[in-house]
Design a protein around this ligand. Structure first.
Ligand SMILES: [Zn+2]
Length: 309
């Protein structure tokens, strides 16, 4: 998602219904699972048993923390920003290896709370701060990392992304990054935005797809490029063990084909975050069927909406 960033709580609302998240006072859920390996899949297991904070009917009365941290396992964290502070409420990912860590996206607001939360989870290991893509709701926190000890920010241009992940030829060859006992594959998937990447964690089988695929409105800036990218992504997903496909937002309701209005700050019945490899295949097949000319109006699937803008 992108378009203009809108400060939430500008909306007049009433009748606050605080969420009942599984978070502690700091907004952190602590993982039960360790980063072992599941015998059947070979993947390190994790849990998505979490109730995400999802805004309030009356944001003036919202008591949720600024960020909610969910431990997927002891070395994998998923962080959501408070919908009453930014309607984008993006999901930010933190992957920690034995030698270094990677943060994927810096959020939709510039806040030291997010930086300090991530820094405390990472500890003394070097941290690479990268982005799924360059839209403002994924990069707004970059300035908080400038000059922060132990961290390196990937600049917002394709050459910098290629250099950070060893992508020789953009966008057709894959790159990798080794965090120490934890190798990530990096795919260039422009189309929603020109420098968009997907990231696959070989340790957990998580495929992080940013704004290219998530349960919401899939805004497509470059139809032809997006189709090609999703085709490549689908090929990858079909040939690797995928535990979950995790995007950067939730905008669908739990009801098939129904999304929340753009800019909403309260999603009491939202879709789960996680999608599957089958959704990547479904999107690819849909784009193939739609052909080379983008449709005139959005195309709703059960769990996402194709929106060529
Ligand atoms: Zn975006």
């Amino acid at each position: 998602m992108h378009r203009s960033l809108l400060l939430a709580c500008l909306v007049a609302c009433n009748g606050d219904v605080p969420h009942s998240g599984a978070s502690d006072a700091q907004g952190t859920t602590h993982p039960d699972g360790t980063a072992g390996v599941d015998g059947s899949s070979g993947l390190a297991p994790g849990t998505l048993a979490v109730t995400w904070m999802h805004g309030s009917q009356n944001c003036n009365q919202n008591t949720d923390p600024e960020v909610q941290v969910h431990g997927y396992n002891t070395t994998t964290y998923i962080i959501r920003q408070n919908k009453c502070r930014t309607f984008e409420a993006p999901f930010i990912y933190l992957l920690i290896g034995t030698q270094s860590a990677l943060m994927l996206d810096t959020g939709a607001t510039s806040t030291v709370k997010l930086r300090d939360t991530v820094a405390s989870l990472v500890g003394t290991k070097p941290l690479l701060v990268a982005h799924t893509h360059a839209h403002g709701d994924h990069t707004a926190g970059d300035s908080t990392w400038a000059g922060h000890a132990g961290s390196t920010i990937v600049a917002l241009n394709i050459a910098a992304v290629q250099a950070a992940f060893g992508i020789a030829t953009w966008p057709t060859t894959q790159g990798t990054l080794d965090l120490g006992g934890r190798v990530l594959d990096v795919l260039a998937i422009p189309g929603h935005e020109a420098q968009h990447i997907a990231l696959y964690d070989r340790q957990t089988g998580l495929l992080l797809t940013g704004d290219t695929l998530y349960p919401g409105l899939l805004f497509i800036n470059d139809w032809t490029t997006y189709r090609t990218s999703v085709s490549r992504l689908a090929q990858f997903a079909a040939t690797h063990p995928i535990a979950h496909v995790l995007g950067a937002h939730i905008e669908m309701t739990a009801t098939a084909k129904v999304n929340y209005p753009y800019g909403t700050t309260y999603q009491p019945n939202e879709h789960v975050l996680e999608l599957t490899a089958a959704h990547v295949a479904e999107l690819d097949a849909a784009l193939t069927a739609l052909g080379s000319t983008p449709p005139a109006s959005p195309v709703a699937h059960d769990d996402f909406v194709i929106d060529p803008q």
